[in-house]
Design a protein around this ligand. Structure first.
Ligand SMILES: NC(=O)c1ccc[n+]([C@@H]2O[C@H](COP(=O)([O-])OP(=O)(O)OC[C@H]3O[C@@H](n4cnc5c(N)ncnc54)[C@H](OP(=O)(O)O)[C@@H]3O)[C@@H](O)[C@H]2O)c1
Length: 222
């Protein structure tokens, strides 16, 4: 049986990963920070672990429950958008810390834990955003979020270098997806976004390690 870990799976894209992998009979371990989120995960027949990636104890809470695992796939999905700015409005310290701690520090604390529990040839994905691309940048909405996803992309690149030959690590843009974050007017339903990312993950080769991909597998500029 294939084994997968989804970090940040209480709702939206993360929970849909759990649903789809469970439907295929995979053994799924998934994290949430609330009782409601843990219940959603358990209801789908997955193992639910409590984790606030921005919490003071960081990923320490994850280390022992996954000790000895060999995951075939890991998805770091937890993320927040932060202030819905359009221009160069300065974030407050609290806003900056919430977004950067969740989207960047969270990944930098979780990744060292998960590199220890990957099966040979495992797929590791961070759910980034096209908004984090510097090369594709044409707007300034949500500049704090953009900065956090650009930093997450940098973190993923380093993970891919450390894991070269052991795993295939990628950053995904999931599309503009109808979730709490994406809103009701977004382009894509969550089931299609996640089905695309799962298909793309399954089709990756060693040469794709360290890449940035659209949900449908199209390479994206950093
Ligand atoms: N939707 C889009 O259009 C879109 C586009 C590009 C990228 N993305 C990225 O896709 C990922 C999922 O987004 P979504 O659309 O599914 O958003 P969402 O519905 O708002 O879900 C966000 C998820 O992240 C979790 N999370 C937030 N802070 C956390 C923390 N400190 N510790 C643990 N979990 C935390 C949330 O848990 P709680 O329920 O506990 O808050 C929730 O499970 C995010 O990284 C987002 O940036 C989304």
């Amino acid at each position: 049986m294939k084994r997968v870990l989804v970090v940040g799976a209480s709702r939206g894209i993360g929970l849909e990963f759990v649903r789809q992998w469970r439907a295929e009979g995979w053994a799924v371990t998934a994290t949430a920070r609330s009782d409601e989120g843990l219940a959603e995960i358990s209801t789908l027949g997955a193992r639910a672990l409590r984790l606030d990636v921005a919490g003071a104890d960081g990923a320490a809470a994850l280390a022992w429950p996954i000790d000895g695992e060999a995951f075939d796939a890991v998805v770091l999905n937890a993320g927040v958008y932060g202030p819905r700015t359009q221009g160069l409005q300065a974030p407050t310290q609290t806003e900056f810390d919430e977004v950067m701690h969740t989207n960047v520090l969270g990944a930098m604390r979780v990744l060292p834990q998960v590199v220890e529990v990957l099966a040979p040839g495992a797929r590791l994905a961070v759910i980034s955003s096209r908004m984090g691309s510097v090369g594709l940048r044409s707007g300034t909405a949500g500049w704090l979020y953009r900065a956090s996803k650009a930093a997450l992309n940098s973190v993923l690149k380093d993970a891919s270098l450390v894991l070269q030959g052991r795993a295939v690590c990628v950053a995904f843009h999931p599309g503009w997806v109808r979730t709490d974050m994406g809103g009701a007017g977004a382009d894509l339903d969550v089931a299609t976004s996640v089905a695309d990312m799962r298909r793309t993950l399954a089709g990756l080769s060693a040469a794709d390690n360290g890449g940035f991909f659209n949900h449908d597998g199209k390479p994206l500029a950093w």
